[in-house]
Design a protein around this ligand. Sequence first.
Ligand code: SAM
Length: 259
Amino acid sequence: IFKEEDLALLIDSKGRKYLVSLKKDATFSFHKGYVQFNDIIGKNDGLKVFSSMGEKLYVFKPTLEEYILKMKRGAQIIYPKDISRIITLLDIFPGAKVFEAGTGSGALTLYLLRAVGESGKIVSYEKRKDFHETAKVNIEKFMKNKSYGELTLENKDISEGIDEKDFDRVILDLTEPWLFLDKVIDVLKPGGIIGCYLTTVLQIYSLMEEFDKKFYDRLYKIGIFELLERKWEKEGLSLRPALRMVAHTGFIVAFRKLS
Ligand code: SAM
């Protein structure tokens, strides 16, 4: 049932998605008229409504994927397809203690929060105050009225030092992760996993060079991964891959700490 202040995702006939926060007596306006929130509040998820100009809209509680693609962005988020691989490759489990840098817009942090569950713990550093604040708001908005584990968001640069110890997992989504390998190894328990998210091949090269020169006897290399996702469409007799595709997002490089 939709309640006041709940998030709702409205989808029009062209598949365009609109994320709104429901308020009593308020309306959502778009190019095909407006929708009264009072027609949504008190109704079940998966509802159909009509705008003042007769446009049909589907109304759902947003999935986390729909939410992160629509939420306010400070920094560029990690796309859901890559987040799914990070969760499996790093084996993020209920109760895990995860250290993250940088928080960015908080997209990955939200998925990590879900994956570690109520007994888990996340500490995330973000050096930019504005991004740190945006991530805080994004996370609070989605997690409102939901229970979750321990979350600490720090407005801090990891080059100034990391106070955390005995963590199960580390995930670095920042430009030069090779500069911080030394520091984050100390954050991890033996056998713990580090994942680095990178967008260019030169970054992977620099990271692997650093590993080959300095860290081969402290880390075990799990591997370098890239995920391609292709959507398919059916229209009448035509069933084929979509004409447009997100061609490149990023790479994931993972290591395990040796004891
Ligand atoms: N994973 C995030 C998400 O899904 O929303 C996006 C992270 S964004 C691409 C990279 C972030 O790392 C930026 O916000 C940047 O300010 C932050 N950053 C870069 N270097 C950092 C450092 N040394 N310490 C803390 N944060 C850092």
